[in-house]
Design a protein around this ligand. Structure first.
Ligand code: SF4
Length: 399
């Protein structure tokens, strides 16, 4: 794919052949690995950012209404859905943080023990059903939080035991997946194969794998995919995950109705209103809502059109909400969405918070301008450097 960006952009040829790490280091980027939660909020440009982890990715109607009220009282009345199906309350004042945590504790959405809360990094395939393998394994793992070691905040689990894997592009270090013969496997991220096992053994195997990760120096590696130590014999196996199935997408679903959100952001009032005819809601790593038991119909503030160009576009908050950004991201992404085909990621900096996968075009902010790469992740060696938003919009015909 190519993009005519005009004569004021410098075309970089040599840098495109350098590796991403070398290019990032050359540009002086520091990609931090810290991950916030409710007990450890992150300071953002618009106040504290507080992350909430819905158990199994699901909240009841009462929990949603309580969270929405707390968001309006202590934040900016807006909720973000992350790429691991967690929720973020932004714009929380330092004086309001304790009251917000107290409200979340009262709702049962935060573990009273900060160490246990930090371990609740479990992503579950969002179309799980009561009593199926995904539901039982995730429940068993969450019941063993005390047995898990402390790991870096980004290290987490994916319970993906539907008829075929769906979470392959989601960030996770230890995965439970289905193989082509209908069996289950536990796989360490970065390894192509995993260990076949019975569903009843999966949670114990995940705990053991996390312990091995720590004991073998994995914390120094940061993530499982970067940890090159040979797996212990008991964790080795030749089972391969089955070919991936398609992710969920807006429209009617056997469990209810699925809706997209622009950049994963939803107003608290919109979310509360969406629950009027739903018993519960599930959040997906594609930043959607699955309204359980609800009919598929148009709803204000939510994307019900499966062909909406906004579903092909990712953008982090950018400037001024994030102090690491030197560029505004979402207005540009919105303007470009209808002017192009394919997938687009507009990232405020090389960290690429909004999207870890490769997109057809990725714009990475740097020093008030954008670097452009194709079929790449944020921060990849660019094909074009230092392009202004005005140039991008002009070349793509937007006003
Ligand atoms: S990618 Fe966006 S949200 Fe993440 S640190 Fe960079 S500017 Fe901030």
């Amino acid at each position: 794919m190519s993009l005519d960006i005009g004569r004021d952009a410098r075309v970089t040829i040599g840098a495109a052949s350098a590796g991403p790490r070398a290019w990032l280091a050359m540009k002086g980027f520091e990609v931090k690995g810290w991950c916030p939660d409710a007990w450890r909020p992150m300071q953002a440009g618009d106040g504290l950012l507080v992350r909430v982890r819905p158990p199994l990715g699901q909240l009841t109607r009462a929990e949603v209404l309580g969270l929405c009220e707390a968001t309006k009282t202590y934040g900016r009345g807006r909720i973000e859905i992350t790429a691991r199906a967690n929720l973020q309350v932004r714009g929380v004042g330092e004086g309001a943080w304790r009251d917000l945590v107290a409200a979340l504790l009262a709702l049962g959405l935060v573990d009273p023990d900060p160490a246990r809360e930090a371990k609740r990094n479990v992503l579950v395939v969002p179309d799980w059903c009561d009593g199926d393998d995904s539901h039982r394994i995730a429940t068993a793992l969450l019941a063993q939080l005390d047995a898990l070691p402390s790991v870096p905040g980004k290290v987490g689990f994916a319970i993906d035991a539907g008829v075929a894997p769906m979470l392959g592009e989601a960030s996770a270090d230890f995965r439970v997946e289905r193989d082509s013969d209908g069996g289950l496997l536990v796989r360490a991220d970065g390894r192509e194969t995993g260990m076949a096992l019975e569903p009843r053994d999966a949670a114990d195997a995940l705990v053991a794998l996390a312990r091995w990760f720590v004991e073998s120096g994995g914390i120094g590696s940061g993530r499982m995919a970067h940890h090159l130590a040979p797996l212990p014999a008991w964790a080795q196996g030749g089972s391969r995950p089955a070919p991936a199935r398609a992710p969920l997408w807006p429209g009617a679903h056997a469990l209810g109705a699925i809706y997209g959100t622009a950049f994963g952001t939803i107003e608290a009032d919109t979310l509360a209103a969406a629950l009027a005819d739903a018993d519960a809601v599930r959040f997906t790593p594609w930043r959607q809502l699955l309204l359980e038991g609800a009919a598929a119909r148009a709803r204000d503030g939510l994307i019900d059109d499966a062909a909406s160009p906004m579903l092909r576009v990712e953008a982090c908050p950018g400037a001024p909400d994030c102090p690491q950004a030197s560029v505004a991201t979402r207005p540009l992404a919105t303007a470009l969405a209808t002017r192009m085909t394919g997938t687009l990621h507009v990232s405020g900096c090389a960290k690429g918070c909004a999207c870890r996968r490769s997109t057809d075009i990725v714009l990475t902010g740097r020093d008030g301008r954008f670097d452009i790469a194709f079929a790449a992740r944020a921060g990849a060696p660019p094909r074009h450097e230092g392009v202004t938003p005005a140039t991008l919009l002009a070349r793509l015909g937007a006003a």
